[in-house]
Design a binder for this molecule. Structure first.
Ligand code: CU
Ligand code: CU
Length: 378
């Protein structure tokens, strides 16, 4: 029978003859050549990819340049009779509404497309939650109450409502509601604070920019806050206009919204409204501000000129220990904050976003303490 050599048979032969080393050296040389070739190819590929990336980014920057340059600002553009219009404007009522009794608080909002004034003589086509512009109504409940929210869509496209105060499956509760339809959902307000609500329908940037936002205040009952004499709710937001809004209402300029270059920034939807129509307090009162920054994108650096926060609850963490003696507190877009001031000396005390471009764009108001003489230059 023919016998086949086994590997055991072969190994000593190759080793002894030196053939193994020759073959190994040959293979090693070949392998090195392959590696060198592959490296060369990879380098060439990388160089090509880099060149491609460079030319793509050059092309992109050319496109961006073309998109960015025509952004035309309408900041501060108002008609000649702006002062008279500002005085005639009925300011959004910033007073914290009284809490309702009962275990369930029913809230009904009907969406409506409507043009509203956002600055003196400047109209904007909003998608309004409440039928009277932006922000939507202040919702006020007590910790532990259940909110039964009904949304009726009187607009022309789908909308929804997202409550930051809720712990709930968004796909169920914050779902789109078709035009002409109503939808009801409930949630228990278990977490005290001040929260944003807004339309969460895509593109959310456009829906918030068009005025679909508001504040819900959940006052704590498990650990009540110190007494306040006046309580005001401020919703900060910014507006991006495709025209000056004077002869005809402006609509959203999405390029400006992406570039974060607003034409107007406001408290409660209208530039400088509490400069013309100040919020009021008596000397020695504790005034509480419940602040939400609705954005859609920009934060608010809340500050009251001429005083220091006696108590500040950053992020509206009202069951936590307040910060004392702080000057300016960030309210992030989509977030809230609660601030107490006690002012003894009569005067006009501006409240602002201390990111001062916002003051020039309209995010400033006055707290009038007592009956001071004179006016405020801010
Ligand atoms: Cu919407
Ligand atoms: Cu949100």
């Amino acid at each position: 029978m023919a016998s086949h050599p086994t590997s055991l048979d072969r190994r000593p032969v190759e080793t002894s003859s030196g053939a193994f080393f020759k073959v190994a050296a040959m293979l090693l040389g070949f392998a090195l050549a392959v590696v060198a070739f592959a490296a060369a190819m990879l380098w060439a590929d990388a160089r090509n990819a880099r060149d491609d990336a460079n030319s793509a980014s050059q092309a992109a920057s050319q496109v961006e340049t073309h998109a960015a340059l025509p952004l035309n600002s309408f900041a501060g553009v108002v008609p000649a009779n702006a002062q008279a219009l500002a005085e005639a404007h009925r300011a959004y009522d910033a007073a914290l509404p009284a809490a309702k009794t009962g275990a369930v608080v029913q809230v009904h909002m009907t969406l409506k497309d409507m043009a509203v004034e956002i600055a003196p003589g400047v109209k904007y086509n909003t998608w309004s939650f409440s039928g009277h512009g932006a922000p939507g109504p202040i919702v006020r409940v007590r910790e532990g109450q259940t909110v039964e929210m009904t949304l009726t869509n009187g607009g022309t496209i789908p909308h929804s409502i997202d409550f930051h105060a809720a712990r709930i499956a968004p796909n169920r509760a914050f779902r789109d509601v078709a035009p002409g339809e109503s939808f009801t959902f409930k949630f228990k307000a278990s977490d005290p604070g001040v929260y944003m609500y807004h339309c969460g329908t895509k593109p959310v940037l456009a829906h918030i920019a068009n005025g679909m936002y508001g504040a819900i205040v959940v006052t704590p009952t498990s650990k009540p806050l110190p007494k306040a004499d006046e309580e005001y709710v401020l919703v900060a937001s910014e507006w991006y206009l495709n025209g000056d809004g004077i002869k005809q209402p402006a609509s959203l300029d999405m390029n400006k919204a992406h570039a974060m270059e607003p034409d107007w920034t406001t408290f409660n939807g209208y530039a400088n409204q509490y400069v013309t129509h100040p919020l009021t307090a008596d000397p020695g009162d504790t005034v509480r501000f419940w602040v939400v920054a609705a954005g859609p994108t920009l934060d608010t650096d809340f500050h009251v000129v001429g005083t220091i926060f006696d108590r500040a609850w950053p992020n509206a963490n009202v069951t936590g220990t307040p910060q004392r003696g702080v000057q300016t507190v960030l309210v992030p877009a989509g977030g809230g904050g609660v601030f107490d001031v006690k002012i003894d000396e009569p005067g006009l005390y501006p409240f602002v976003s201390h990111a001062f471009a916002h003051v020039d764009l309209g995010q400033v108001g006055l707290l009038k303490v007592g009956n001071p003489k004179g006016t405020m230059s801010h």
